[in-house]
Design a protein around this ligand. Structure first.
Ligand SMILES: Cc1cc2nc3c(=O)[nH]c(=O)nc-3n(C[C@H](O)[C@H](O)[C@H](O)COP(=O)(O)OP(=O)(O)OC[C@H]3O[C@@H](n4cnc5c(N)ncnc54)[C@H](O)[C@@H]3O)c2cc1C
Length: 401
């Protein structure tokens, strides 16, 4: 639990630093002769940072649910054996995702700050070195996900103990309304089945909340059901054969556990949205939640296509829509990282202090003065353009003459 919380905090620190820097650092001047663009106006830079910002918000909300569950159990409010198992499974699901995400985010933010990101004074390198072992200690991430997968299978088996597997595809239980499922974060198979009722609709419109939920939930349910049915009867086989059968599906199992944990993060984000009262904040956070949901769908687009959940045409719209969300989020990017509430005493990174803006402003003022004085060196490209333009004009003048 602590590793999960610390990993989310490290991702937030990295993103605050990288996004602050990207609003100040200027590189290349495609749209003006004199002014360079700030890095954050480049689409690729937005993709790199905003998708990770969205995941960080999701991981943060999920981490808060984990703390709530921890408090419920250890305060004795809800402390049954099942609650303790839920707590363990939830921690085992979230820790791998948030620690891997932190390592990925630290690296991407490091690169997004270029050479400045590599300076030890900006902390990416040391934070990344510190967090490296988070993927291993207190339970190796892959092994933890296997624990989650086993729980999913056990729940699945419990749910369908008396159900003929042949009719499973048509088996749709009523929508689970119990908020406790959300609270524990453990969405039972029953709910997966209920939610998949609208997959067809999801293929029509992938943008709205219900469709995102349907697509993400359907993937987990289908993956668990596929492995569940492949492993049916494994328990009755001799130990060696049973283990071999299990092992031949291990990769799919771990992927199902990961998809399940991603769904928990998405649900935590969506639940948090429901508590936001300020309409402006809600709007921006909804874009960010959509960016998280659609990024997950984009990452697994091959699965959705191979399993007929999205048409080719619809799949092509995912990337386009993500790009539109990036543009909408851009004006709010600084607010979104300032909302983490870090002060300079937490950040302790030179490039998060506004130092780059001061440097850029100084340089721009210097070049402005130089241009105004008429002493500015003339850019070779401009010189060449003048020459070409000049000789063309001369040609026209000669012909006219
Ligand atoms: C810096 C540090 C501090 C630590 N502090 C403590 C401590 O205070 N107390 C304590 O008890 N322990 C501590 N540990 C131990 C830590 O919990 C273990 O390192 C961790 O659980 C992984 O176990 P392992 O090192 O034996 O790796 P292994 O289990 O040998 O794993 C190696 C690799 O094999 C993979 N793997 C293993 N089993 C499977 C499987 N069934 N299927 C697929 N892949 C598999 C793993 O994913 C991993 O990539 C610490 C470790 C480190 C590095």
């Amino acid at each position: 639990m602590s590793l999960d919380g610390a990993a989310v905090t490290a991702s937030k620190l990295a993103l605050k630093t990288a996004i602050q820097y990207a609003t100040e650092r200027r590189q290349f001047n495609a749209s003006s002769q004199t002014d360079e663009e700030v890095l954050l106006d480049y689409q690729r830079h937005q993709r790199r940072l905003f998708t990770r910002l969205a995941t960080t918000y999701a991981a943060g909300f999920a981490s808060e649910q984990l703390l709530q569950k921890f408090d419920d159990v250890f305060s004795g409010r809800t402390d049954t054996d099942e609650d303790r198992q839920d707590l363990e499974t939830l921690a085992a699901a979230l820790k791998p995702l948030s620690t891997w995400h932190a390592l990925d985010t630290l690296q991407e933010c490091r690169e997004a700050c270029g050479g400045a990101g590599f300076l030890i004074e900006n902390r990416f390198a040391s934070l990344r070195a510190d967090l490296d072992v988070y993927a291993t200690f207190e339970g190796d991430n892959t092994v933890l996900l296997q624990l989650v997968a086993k729980r999913l299978l056990a729940d699945y088996a419990k749910e369908f103990r008396n159900v003929d597997f042949g009719v499973l595809a048509r088996y749709v239980v009523g929508q689970a309304t119990d908020a406790a499922i959300h609270r524990t974060g453990l969405r039972g198979v029953a709910q997966f089945m209920a939610d998949t009722g609208s997959v067809q609709k999801a293929a029509i419109a992938i943008k709205d909340e219900a469709s995102q939920r349907a697509l993400l939930t359907d993937r987990v349910q289908t993956m668990v059901a596929d492995v569940g049915s492949a492993l049916k009867g494994a328990g009755k086989l001799p130990q060696q054969q049973g283990a071999a059968l299990f092992n031949s599906h291990q990769n799919e199992l771990i992927e199902a556990a990961q998809a399940h944990a991603e769904l928990l993060q998405w649900e935590a984000f969506t639940e948090a949205l429901g508590k936001v009262t300020d309409p402006g904040t809600k709007k921006v956070l909804t874009w960010l939640r959509d960016l998280f949901g659609l990024s997950l769908i984009e990452e697994n687009l091959s699965w959705y296509l191979m399993n007929g959940r999205l048409s080719m045409q619809r799949a092509r719209t995912v990337g386009e829509y993500i790009n539109r969300l990036l543009v909408k989020i851009r004006p709010h990017a600084l607010d979104l990282v300032d909302a983490f509430g870090f002060g300079p005493e937490h950040l302790r990174a030179e490039i998060a202090t506004g130092a780059e803006r001061v440097r850029q402003d100084e340089a721009r003022a210097y070049f402005r003065r130089q241009r105004a004085s008429g002493d500015a060196p003339v850019d070779e490209k401009i010189l060449l353009a003048r020459k070409t333009h000049g000789s063309k004009t001369q040609g026209i003048d000669k012909r006219r003459a």
